[in-house]
Design a protein around this ligand. Structure first.
Ligand code: ADP
Ligand code: MG
Length: 696
């Protein structure tokens, strides 16, 4: 029977209960599905160790020896067994805490031991080793690399651990050797000299040797990345064929009036280039889906504003959506200030807008008198209707989910143009994958006169010196942010920390006024505190990361990050971006505890070493892996990555992308017989989530 139709229930060692569990935990129901559960590591079982050669905690070892003695200590739950294992020359302690009552040990019988040493009381021991009587082991079949699999806690408690899973998967091997249908075309296989699918699946689970395992991994990784690219790029083609775009060919009076008479400074070359790119999209007759990347402070808001004016001159409304109320307020204020004396009607809609204000606003939106609507996600509520929405601008896009964005599209018969702006630079590999269907514009230049922020890392032991420095800066007329981490799981303690920090700052600097902002405050109070700081009435703002994105107070030149070890790189970079917005030299001071993990130290070093957002994003991807990157989960890949890694397989990804492009370039619908294989496979893979053709 074909493996694709073979129910796992009937595999040896499975049965209905375990099949249910496997379905739930690993989403597998056929033998073929199981073959796509890949090992996360291999252990070389051809190597035997002597006890005295152990010098590492994390490497598995295999030792032949005997148990010389053992004893049970403690009672009840605290019971454990300790044994002395002897390899003919040295001894090591073996320890069991769990399943003690099932343990059957025999003294002076040769065992094959397998386990991971740990360091305890200045010597090594091995906790919960596997022991097999040497006379029952066929060493011949044990040679080579042994695959190890990740299993969930629930699986382990039903004895479905890595070893059990390996046995089940091994039982499929004889059938697998008969062959499974190939999933890559023979031209690709020949061109890149890939291993066949059958051989790859065999060698990923039972590698003949290390090179075969590597070849298998390469082929399986390629395949994964290739189908993601094929899916995304095909959606682009389909959209290009189907979706018409609103036509906005004119550069009219409002735009020109603003540009020639109201713009307070000249645009940077990067801003000019990006506006031209967007303009070209707006008059192309195709729907724009553009990602605007620009490091913090590069002047994205102004670009947004000028695009909104273009839309207005062509008879369309624009909405600008921000992730927080603070930011929406700030945009609203910036825009109204800049547009003073220009014939444009800008309005604000947030969660704090009253019912009466809303009614009035809804009417003005529907009769077309509102040109630009700034707001939070309150904008996407169903009862917010536009007369003629033409352009949607999403700021700091990584905070918005795919589904939320899709709702905006529905607000006009013909989908509006979309510009997503982000200051979190997305590493190239990630952008190619997640935003493979977006056009990308980059503002790679800061407005003139900016001095790069100086970043310093201190431990809390140096707090007095940091406070001294802070005092001097404030005496020079500057303002400072002091930011505390706040995470939901640890909310109570984090808020207490923040309050404590606030009190300490007030006590240390009785001569200054201090504001405080955090996410749990009422919106009106948040707004009041922000205003006090923005207008310079308070000199210090103590806050949580609510100020992480977008906030713009040019006179603030110091950012102190408390517990900096608890922030990720992208977040730290965002926070740093709050200063360095005026002409003064700015400083970012990262305060951490004294003892730091290796990763944390690396993060701090990178922050101190560079201001380049792209380098930081790459480093973040390397350190944390893409799953943890803010926003990647909600943006989602069309298929889950099981073996390839966006952090480390960048090169393979580019090859896969080019291969997908080649195939689609003259057969976008995959209609040629030699491309059926790809179309069928895409159908089987069933992309998860929303249709990528309809959203950005
Ligand atoms: P971001 O890209 O982080 O959203 P903003 O749009 O908030 O950056 O701009 C940061 C600051 O730079 C604002 O005070 C803005 O007025 C100013 N700015 C924007 N463009 C220019 C420019 N071309 N020349 C001088 N200052 C500019
Ligand atoms: Mg911004």
């Amino acid at each position: 029977m074909e493996l694709a139709h073979q129910d796992i229930t009937y595999l040896p060692g499975v049965g209905p209960k375990r099949a249910e569990l496997l379905k739930k935990e690993l989403k597998v129901s056929t033998a073929l599905d199981l073959l796509y559960v890949f090992p996360y590591k291999y252990i070389d079982r051809s190597k035997f160790y002597k006890i005295r050669d152990i010098q590492d905690e994390d490497t598995y070892v295999q030792i032949i020896g005997v148990i010389r003695s053992y004893q049970t200590v403690g009672i009840g739950k605290a019971q454990r067994v300790s044994a002395e294992f002897f390899d003919g020359e040295d001894t090591i302690e073996l320890v069991w805490f769990k399943g003690v009552q099932y343990l059957r040990l025999e003294c002076n019988v040769q065992y094959l031991l397998f386990g991971k040493p740990s360091h305890f009381n200045h010597q090594y021991n091995i906790v919960h080793p596997e022991l097999e009587r040497l006379d029952k082991v066929n060493l011949q079949t044990r040679q080579g690399l042994e695959a190890h699999y990740n299993t969930s806690g629930e699986m382990k408690s039903s004895w479905l651990n890595s070893k059990a899973l390996r046995r089940i998967i091994q039982s499929i091997m004889p059938a697998l050797r008969q062959g499974v249908p190939e999933t890559l075309g023979s031209d690709l296989i020949d061109k890149f000299r890939f291993m066949s699918l059958t051989d790859s699946l065999i060698n990923i689970h039972c590698p003949k040797d290390i090179p075969s395992m590597q070849k298998a991994r390469e082929r399986l990784k390629f395949e994964e990345l290739f189908y993601i690219q094929l899916q995304i790029l095909r959606q682009v083609k389909l959209r290009e064929q189907n979706a018409g775009g609103l036509l906005m060919p004119y550069v009219g009076n409002t735009f020109n009036d603003f540009y020639f008479h109201h713009l307070p400074f000249s645009l940077t070359n990067a801003q000019k280039r990006v506006i031209r790119e967007i303009q070209a999209d707006l008059k192309s007759g195709k729907q724009m889906n553009r990602l605007l990347q620009g490091d913090v402070g590069s002047g994205k808001t102004l670009v947004a504003l000028m695009c909104a004016l273009l839309a207005k001159d062509n008879g369309f409304q624009t909405c600008i959506m921000a992730p927080t109320e603070i930011l929406a307020n700030q945009h609203y204020q910036t825009l109204t200030a800049m547009l003073q004396g220009v014939d444009v009607n800008v309005r604000l809609l947030t969660g704090s807008t009253t019912a009466a204000q809303r009614r009035n606003l809804h009417t003005a939106l529907q009769d077309g008198t509102v040109n630009i609507l700034v707001g939070t996600h309150a904008l996407i509520e169903d009862n917010v209707l536009f007369a003629n929405l033409g352009l949607v601008i999403i700021d700091e896009q990584h905070r918005f989910g795919v589904a939320q964005r899709a709702k905006l599209w529905a607000k006009n018969v013909c989908p509006p143009h979309v510009l997503v702006m982000t200051a979190t630079p997305i590493p190239r590999t990630l952008a190619m994958t997640i935003y493979g269907d977006l056009s990308v514009s980059v503002i790679d230049e800061l407005p003139p006169g900016r001095k790069p922020v100086q970043t310093l890392h201190y431990t809390t032991l140096r707090r007095p010196a940091v406070y001294d420095f802070l005092r001097k800066q404030i005496e020079l007329g500057r303002q400072a942010y002091i930011v505390y981490p706040l995470i939901e799981e640890n909310k109570k303690m984090d808020l207490a920390d923040l309050q404590h920090g606030f009190d300490e700052v007030c006590l240390t600097f009785p001569q200054y006024r201090v504001s405080m902002v955090h996410g749990k405050m009422k919106a009106s109070e948040k707004d009041r505190q922000m205003r006090l700081f923005a207008s310079g009435e308070t000199q210090i703002l103590v806050a949580t990361t609510v100020i992480e994105v977008g906030v713009n107070v040019p006179n603030a030149s110091i950012m102190i990050v408390e517990n900096a070890e608890r922030f990720g790189l992208s977040q730290l970079h965002q926070l740093r971006g709050r200063v360095g917005r005026g002409a003064e030299q700015s400083y970012c001071i990262l305060l951490t505890k004294v003892e730091l993990s290796k990763d944390t130290r690396k993060r701090m070093d990178i922050m101190v070493a560079t201001n380049d957002g792209f380098r930081i994003a790459e480093a973040d991807l390397q350190l944390r892996g893409p799953g943890d990157l803010e926003g990647t989960q909600q943006s989602g890949l069309p298929f889950e990555l099981k073996i390839a890694s966006l952090a480390t397989d960048g090169q393979l990804l580019e090859i896969a992308r080019r291969a997908a492009q080649d195939i689609l370039s003259d057969d976008p619908l995959l209609q040629r017989p030699e491309h059926f294989i790809y179309r069928n496979r895409l159908q089987k893979l069933k992309p998860v989530g929303v249709d990528w053709g309809e959203i950005s």
